[in-house]
Write a protein that binds this ligand. Structure first.
Ligand SMILES: [Fe+2]
Ligand SMILES: [Fe+2]
Length: 257
């Protein structure tokens, strides 16, 4: 499938002397990831939000989080030298294809993981909340995330994504954009707001768990719970990035020209 063609699967995407880690002053971390999804792993490692909070430059973020800018840049360069495949050209895809990809890959993953996380949270809380009372709040947060994201995915699949698909297909057929009731601006704003809410809930869990670090005496379920949560958060960052920084701006551009 031509949309899925990537850079060579066997060749590093960038060589050291060609490294194109952007240093342009106005470029935001969200834009950096939009150009090269390989940078997402580095930003995640440093707790840098490239999706909801992705409208800041790397310098701004490093300053706010007290991170060593040069060290982050070094890691970004290394990610460019070592990353193979999986760097899909999302920003070149037609928006209907991107929306479908998000549903198949990220919505399915989210729906798959939420019951698992809820179950781990309940199990760990029931056994260990006596010594670690924060586990009660963590369980409540996971339940809240599950409920909010469940409804969020439904809204995207039933309301916003079908509208984006219509817009995208009209653009590909070179026909006028379809009339879409009250338009897409409001649902886009709503979805971005819900992304921020989910991000805040996950951030609160990070605060309560020392960045998802289980205590030394943690049982296996506890460790698996935090590992699964970390993987879930990383996937959600990419998922929200694709929507906030590529899908939604692309759809608004189709409407507004
Ligand atoms: Fe989504
Ligand atoms: Fe979303």
């Amino acid at each position: 499938m031509e949309y899925l063609q990537t850079n060579s699967g066997e060749q590093p995407l960038q060589q050291a002397d060609q490294c194109s880690v952007s240093c342009s002053p106005g470029e935001t971390v969200g834009e950096m990831v939009a150009k090269d999804i390989g940078k997402a792993a580095v930003f995640t490692k440093y707790g840098i939000d490239f999706c909801c909070g992705g409208k800041k430059t790397l310098r701004q973020v490093c300053y706010e989080k007290k991170l060593d800018h040069n060290q982050v840049m070094d890691d970004l360069r290394r990610s460019g030298q070592t990353l193979h495949v999986n760097n899909l050209p999302y920003h070149q895809w037609p928006l209907d294809f991107l929306a479908e990809y998000i549903v198949i890959v990220h919505h399915h993953y989210t729906r798959d993981k939420l019951p698992e996380l809820t179950s781990y949270a309940a199990k760990v809380e029931s056994k260990h909340a006596g010594k670690n009372p924060e586990l009660t709040e963590i369980k409540a947060l996971v339940i809240e995330i599950a409920l909010e994201l469940g409804a969020h995915l439904q809204k995207e699949e039933n309301v916003l994504f079908p509208m984006i698909t219509q817009l995208s297909k009209a653009a590909q057929a070179n026909t006028a954009p379809p009339r879409l009731g009250l338009g897409i601006e409001h649902p886009v704003r709503r979805m971005i707001l819900e992304h921020e809410q989910a991000g805040s809930l996950l951030q609160r869990i990070r605060e309560l768990t020392h960045d998802l670090t289980p205590p030394e005496y943690a049982c296996i379920t506890w460790k698996v719970f935090y590992q699964t949560l970390a993987a879930f958060e990383a996937d959600l960052h990419v998922h929200i990035h694709l929507e906030n920084n590529i899908l939604f701006p692309g759809a608004l551009k189709l409407v507004n020209g």
